[in-house]
Ligand binder design. Structure first.
Ligand SMILES: Nc1ncnc2c1ncn2[C@@H]1O[C@H](COP(=O)(O)OP(=O)(O)OP(=O)(O)O)[C@@H](O)[C@H]1O
Length: 269
């Protein structure tokens, strides 16, 4: 039941943004999409969420064409946490999370639907806020509501576009831990666009590095994070330290070793 992206191309008004994207994420794997600003992470996530339609290529889950199946069916398989919310502000937290059940609900939500909603609210630490209106939440609290909504959808594929950008350190780590648990315990395949290389290395099984709309590295973080490649992609000298399976990435400037081998920036394809 892996997610398979093959030959995906996309451009905004003919300006190419993604080219030749081939990517496989195994069932139950947690995959980080990394790369500099503008490298195409959000665009790829939006294609998988069917917000954008690629000019070429296929996206399959368990062999089925995700881009051509009926939308309701797609919504039972894929849930998506956008960078920011478009949810109506007059909704309460419970009502907003219940929206995640839409692809599963017949006429009215059942007891099971409400149980799933309450579990997602508890999981994201929102129990005390469940009757609050979205307009009364902080940015980070609202971001946690979006994640709870996506979990309440009970997807097979969970897509997250920089979901931790507004979260404080505790909730950044908790969110990543929750997503990892969901992949481990429910076999959900998760893809997260994220900037923090060390968080990706710690929590994710697979790291995919984008540069100028192409994949330049793909593998377990300890293999994909190579100082020369990262340095060229980000245009910044970095140090990569490996200890067993763990890997730690630091800008050289922070440990006082900057200037030893300044990288040539990677030309945009
Ligand atoms: N609506 C749009 N119209 C035209 N160009 C766009 C649009 N959205 C994004 N782009 C361009 O597409 C490219 C990829 O953008 P995308 O948002 O996918 O990058 P990203 O890797 O997610 O960046 P970030 O880390 O800043 O979120 C960029 O060059 C961006 O300027």
């Amino acid at each position: 039941m892996s997610l398979e992206v093959a030959g995906v191309e996309f451009g905004y008004r003919r300006h190419p943004v993604l080219e030749g994207i081939d990517l496989t994420v195994a069932e139950g794997a947690f995959c980080a999409l990394l790369g500099p600003n503008g490298s195409g992470k959000s665009t790829l996530t939006k294609i998988l969420a069917r917000i954008l339609r690629p000019g070429a290529g296929t996206v399959r889950h368990a062999g089925r064409d995700l881009l051509r199946m009926p939308r309701r069916e797609h919504a039972r398989i894929v849930s998506y946490v956008p960078q920011s919310s478009e949810a109506p502000f007059e909704l309460t937290v419970r009502e907003a999370v219940l929206l995640g059940r839409t692809p599963h609900i017949g006429l009215l939500p059942t007891t099971h639907d409400w149980d799933v909603v309450e579990a997602a609210i508890d999981q994201l630490g929102l129990a005390d806020l469940r009757e609050r209106h979205l307009s009364e939440l902080s940015g980070g609290q609202a971001q946690r509501v979006l994640i709870a909504r996506a979990l309440a959808q009970e997807p097979r594929v969970l897509l997250l576009d920089e979901p931790t950008s507004a979260l404080d350190l505790r909730y950044q780590i908790e969110t990543l831990r929750i997503v990892r648990e969901v992949t481990r315990e429910r076999g959900v395949t998760a893809l997260i666009a994220i900037h923090d290389l060390n968080h990706a290395a710690h929590f994710c099984d697979q790291a995919v590095l984008l540069h100028g709309g192409r994949i330049v590295a793909d593998g377990p973080p300890a293999e994909a994070f190579d100082a020369a490649t990262l340095g060229r992609v980000y245009g910044l000298e970095v140090r990569v330290e490996r200890t067993g399976d763990t890997v730690d990435v630091r800008p050289a400037e922070l440990d006082g070793t900057s200037g030893a081998d300044r990288p040539e920036p990677l030309p945009r394809p």
